[in-house]
Design a protein around this ligand. Structure first.
Ligand code: FMN
Length: 223
């Protein structure tokens, strides 16, 4: 697979087939992705992978937690700034509308939307899950390194015929995730990721979020 094919075919998949993934594939991807660059080569990523019985156990815990604490737990960071301005706010709004249109859940059906969002906390039935954490001393440059690592994981997964969905929704349950994966106090959770084979019949997987046109985000001078 060419890099451009991996980039073009990677998308956030929100419905997975009940089809196992070989553990050695995941180990290979997690290891190879560490070729991602990081400022000063500090390699600030820490990865915990769950599958099989461990994942089943964690998903059962999450089913209970969602009932006990539907609003989530004390969070370590805000996913979006409170004052998200245009055009970013519009992009975010459009994504939500497009997703729920594919799912046939109208805006007024708040309970339906929440129920669907809760599927995040079962990793959309993916057979493998990954969590990424970072030492609390790290700042924005090291957080950007996490993005490079995670995108490299997602592209390598494409080469292995696998799909993924990065999930920062997990930042709403940092204590439950941290307790389960044994996160030391000096580290904080960034995000999770669902990994597996996309279910081609899942309505959510029809979603193809657009991107802003080139002129909206790039300038070229002298070339
Ligand atoms: C760091 C990060 C966290 C994300 N968290 C979630 C999430 O919690 N739940 C979800 O359904 N999608 C999540 N997404 C997926 C985005 O919605 C998606 O990347 C965006 O809409 C573009 O769509 P595409 O990935 O299919 O190209 C996340 C993406 C990133 C990069």
């Amino acid at each position: 697979m060419k890099v451009s094919e991996a980039v073009a075919s990677r998308r956030s998949v929100r419905g997975f087939l009940d089809r196992p993934v070989a553990p050695e594939v995941i180990r290979r991807v997690v290891e190879r992705a560490a070729r991602a660059p990081s400022g000063g080569n500090v390699q600030p990523w820490h990865i915990a992978v769950l599958g099989g019985a461990a994942l089943d156990e964690f998903k059962a815990i999450m089913r209970r937690r969602l009932v006990e604490a539907p609003e989530g737990e004390k969070t370590d960071y805000d996913i979006y700034p409170a004052n998200l301005v245009a055009p970013y706010r519009d992009y975010r709004y459009e994504l939500g509308e497009q997703l729920y249109a594919e799912l046939g859940v109208p805006r007024e059906d708040k309970a339906g939307r929440l129920r669907w969002f809760a599927r995040n906390y079962q990793f959309f039935d993916a057979p493998v899950a990954l969590f990424c954490s970072i030492n609390r001393i790290m700042g924005p440059p090291q957080w950007s390194d996490l993005g490079m690592y995670l995108q490299t994981v997602m592209l390598l997964l494409r080469e292995e015929g696998l799909d993924s969905c990065p999930q920062e929704c997990w930042s709403r349950y940092p204590q439950t995730v941290g307790g389960f994966i044994g996160l030391p106090p000096e580290r904080m959770l960034f995000c999770g990721m669902a990994i597996g084979h996309a279910d081609p019949d899942a309505p959510a997987n029809r979603l193809r979020p657009k991107r802003a046109p080139l002129e909206a985000f790039a300038e070229f001078r002298g070339i």
